[in-house]
Design a protein around this ligand. Structure first.
Ligand code: C2E
Ligand code: CA
Ligand code: CA
Ligand code: CA
Length: 278
């Protein structure tokens, strides 16, 4: 028993050690990628449910490293947050996304750009100045920028966020609460935040065709959102059946593989040319 325990411990510690090494090599490579501007963005359309009109595009960070291969954001974003690289990464993503959005405007597609923001990034001194500075430099009106903040992160920093969100509201920058329903906020608490939109998490969308109680939950989220003057978008929509259920729930907007996957900007150009044809 003693030796088995010893083995188990060794196995466990080796596992942890490997993880730490992997993280360290990702950190080094990410630092290098940022220095050499090797992160790119893909964009996924957000549409009006029913009319099918394109409202916005969500910018999603992409990273392909020579040695590590393609590293998913679910891996490198948390590492960026823990190492402080998120500030540089976030500023770079914001700038790229705004520049791209301005190009679409110049081509005659008046879309909104949705940018994911880590709460760590938002809480850093000078964040709002960075956002305003970027908008001014790029020449993008604030109302065409939407910042997506996850519910769970927002709730962790609830007290500190209120004033900042209010400030963005006064500037005209839009705010969406991402992954809504997965955190622990009470819906009534939303009133304290100056937000424009809630994004119902994919897990609910997945459930609505499977479980009747999930339809009830989504209906309730939409109804309360509307009563507070918010738009409601469902993410991760993959099937026609899910779309039908979302229509009965009176959801406003949709995003997911059913409509389009995240695409590089050149593909989005073609997509928008098609979508905005008159
Ligand atoms: P998220 O903001 O919740 O983004 C939605 C994720 O779902 C994206 O994964 C997207 O590619 C994926 N997705 C879209 N439609 C569908 C669908 O129909 N079905 C399924 N199964 N998935 C769908 P992705 O691009 O891997 O991003 C993962 C997460 O990484 C994002 O989740 C976001 O939290 C974070 N992230 C990505 N880019 C950035 C960034 O620039 N900054 C920050 N702070 N976080 C980012
Ligand atoms: Ca998002
Ligand atoms: Ca989400
Ligand atoms: Ca998510």
């Amino acid at each position: 028993a003693k030796s088995a325990g010893g083995n188990r411990y060794q196995f466990f510690s080796k596992g942890l050690n490997q993880k730490a090494q992997e993280r360290a090599s990702i950190e080094t490579a990410l630092r290098d990628a940022l220095r050499n501007d090797r992160l790119t963005l893909h964009y996924q359309p957000q549409l009006h449910l029913g009319e099918g009109r394109v409202i916005a595009l969500e910018a999603l960070a992409r990273w392909h490293d020579e040695g590590l291969g393609t590293v998913p954001p679910a891996t490198f974003i948390p590492i960026a947050e823990q190492t402080g690289l998120i500030h540089e990464l976030g500023a770079s993503v914001l700038r790229k996304a705004c520049v791209q959005c301005k190009k679409w405007h110049d081509k005659g597609y008046p879309v909104i750009i949705s940018v994911n923001v880590s709460i760590k990034q938002m809480m850093q001194e000078g964040f709002s100045e960075m956002v305003v500075g970027t908008l001014l430099e790029v020449g993008l009106e604030p109302r065409y920028l939407d910042l997506e903040l996850t519910e769970s992160m927002l709730m962790e920093k609830a007290a500190e966020s209120v004033a900042l969100l209010r400030m963005f509201k006064s500037l005209g920058v839009q705010i969406s609460i991402d992954d809504f329903g997965t955190g622990y906020s009470s819906l009534s608490y939303l009133k304290n935040f100056s937000v424009d939109r809630i994004k119902i998490d994919q897990s609910f969308v997945r459930d609505i065709t499977v479980r009747d109680d999930a339809v009830g939950i989504v209906k309730a989220i939409v109804a309360i959102g509307h009563s507070m003057g918010l738009k409601v978008i469902a993410e991760g929509v993959e099937t026609q059946e899910e779309e039908q259920k979302l229509l009965t729930c009176r959801c406003d907007q949709v995003q997911g593989y059913l409509y389009a996957k995240p695409m590089p900007s050149a593909e989005v150009d073609a997509y928008l040319a098609d979508a905005f044809v008159t």
